[in-house]
Ligand binder design. Structure first.
Ligand code: HEM
Length: 459
């Protein structure tokens, strides 16, 4: 069945699996250099995986009928965490039904309601960040994005009640960085020992806490802007509410999908900004000129372009959900048989010099004149599976970047950039986005002192 698939690396499956785990970006870039924009890779225990990165073919894949390609099945690896009812895992009509129920909770107007919360939590978190020494930004962003998603999901006033959940989710996140987390459940005695067993316990306790929160809110419904309030009031076409299991699965999905992704994306954004003082200066000029900082999105063209460019340069989810072929499917002149999986590679199209000249340069200006293209800018995937939290994440990133640059100059440390490290399903900076923060007032007085010294020397 696979003879007709596009050619790809011929190294043994084990070596391809290891290379894809340890050097994910160079592995696919080498394959593209050799085989072109479309190639087949093979991983241990997986069906053949075809990577596509030509915009026209990407369009064909992302707009294929729901009964021909199954992204939900392709995301099976997430099931032990998110649960079988999660929108991420569904296909065809069940997917559509669940997505319709969720859409209102992530709609643009809802984001306005969450703006103040995101801003307040960001400001509070930034109060304690050290200046004048090396800091690792990624774990700090993880703490912040977890807090934001927890409060956005369960309610603004529940900070203290969420303490145990916060601690358990942090533990789960640490485990997800371990390759063991990607193994299927272990058999027999192995299932009762070591980190996987501990994680199962943690997962069970997380579930208990979430069901408690759901029961509490069902017993005493509250009006609120939080995701849980909206999901509790959601009704499908027949007037049915979501079951507790569906609610649990969607809440965990939002927590998992919305937390580490945003933290890694922010970390990469600051890795790039630290090396781009000119971009920082232009951003600060725009931030300072904003009359009303609370006016979401207005007058933030360069900030938007900067985030769009950071997501192009460093997409933290390097490809959309894998699409399982269910019926023969044709794209780019190749017919794919059922059983194959198609990966739309955001990373490769984002680094294609014919699509983005000088693809490795960090240049927000490229998005000032024309916005991102539907099939050439894919950090949130696309088609009917496009990320439900895109507006949420982009708003959060705008606020964090703005608040950071209002307070600090961010500079790179000696020793160059950061390599990519795979953390479960996200790509993040290998050294945790290490930078130096300088309080802006101090940076300004340093600059004045330098200017004064230069003037004195000239005199
Ligand atoms: C920078 C942050 C984020 C990135 C890079 C990201 C990326 C993605 C990607 C690539 C997909 C797969 C789309 C496809 O296969 O076409 C996805 C799906 C999804 N994301 Fe996000 N995401 C982010 C933040 C969030 C947030 C904050 C939430 C929720 C609060 C969220 C909820 C979801 C959900 C529910 C899906 C499944 C949609 C479906 O299958 O219909 N994501 N995301």
């Amino acid at each position: 069945m696979t003879d007709s698939l596009p050619p790809g690396p011929r190294t043994p499956v084990l070596l391809q699996t290891l290379a894809n785990w340890s050097r994910p970006t160079s592995f696919i870039e080498r394959a593209r250099a050799r085989y072109g924009r479309r190639f087949t890779v093979r991983m241990l225990g997986q069906p053949p995986m075809v990577m596509v990165s030509d915009p026209e073919e990407i369009k064909q894949v992302l707009t294929a009928p729901p009964d021909v390609l199954h992204p939900g099945e392709g995301a099976f690896i997430l099931e032990p965490v998110v649960g079988p009812n999660s929108v991420i895992l569904l296909d065809e009509d069940p997917h559509l039904r669940q997505r319709k129920l969720l859409l209102p909770a992530f709609h643009g107007e809802r984001m306005q309601a969450l703006y103040g919360l995101m801003e307040e939590l960001t400001r509070k978190e930034l109060e304690s960040w050290p200046t004048g020494e090396e800091v690792e930004l990624h774990p700090r962003f993880q703490r912040l994005t977890l807090e934001i998603i927890l409060r956005a999901v369960f309610g603004l006033e529940r900070g203290a009640q969420l303490a145990e959940l916060r601690a358990l989710l942090t533990e789960l996140l640490t485990f997800s960085e371990n390759p063991l987390s990607l193994l299927p459940p272990l058999p027999g005695v192995l299932a009762r020992v070591g980190p996987p067993a501990r994680m199962r316990k943690v997962g069970e306790r997380v579930d208990e806490l979430i069901y408690e929160l759901i029961d509490e809110r069902r017993a005493a419904p509250e009006e609120g802007a939080d995701v849980l309030a909206l999901l509790l009031s959601a009704r499908d076409e027949d007037g049915n509410p979501m079951s507790p299991q569906e609610l649990r699965d969607e809440l965990v999905t939002a927590l998992v999908a919305g937390h580490e992704t945003t933290a890694s994306q922010l970390a990469w954004t600051f890795v790039a900004l630290a090396r781009a003082p000119r971009v920082q200066a232009r951003l600060r000029a725009e931030i300072d000129a904003l009359a009303k900082p609370g006016a979401a999105g207005a007058g933030e063209d360069y900030l938007n372009a900067t985030i769009t460019e950071a997501m192009r340069l460093h997409p933290v989810i390097p490809n959309a959900e894998p699409r399982h072929v269910k019926q023969p499917f044709e794209a780019g002149g190749v017919t794919y048989p059922p059983g194959v999986t198609i990966f739309v590679s955001a990373y490769l199209v984002h680094h294609d010099p014919d699509v983005y000249p000088e693809p490795y340069a960090f240049r927000p200006e490229r998005f000032l004149e024309s916005g991102p293209g539907t099939y050439t800018w894919l950090p949130f995937g696309g088609g009917r599976r496009r990320c439900l939290g895109a507006a949420f994440a982009q708003q959060e990133m705008r606020i964090v970047v703005r608040e950071m640059l209002t307070r600090y100059e961010v500079s790179a440390l000696r020793g160059g950039g950061e390599r990519t490290r795979r953390r479960s399903i996200t790509f993040s900076p290998a050294r945790g986005a290490r930078v130096m923060l300088t309080a802006r007032a101090a940076a300004a007085s340093d600059a004045q002192a330098r200017e004064a010294r230069a003037l004195a020397a000239a005199a």
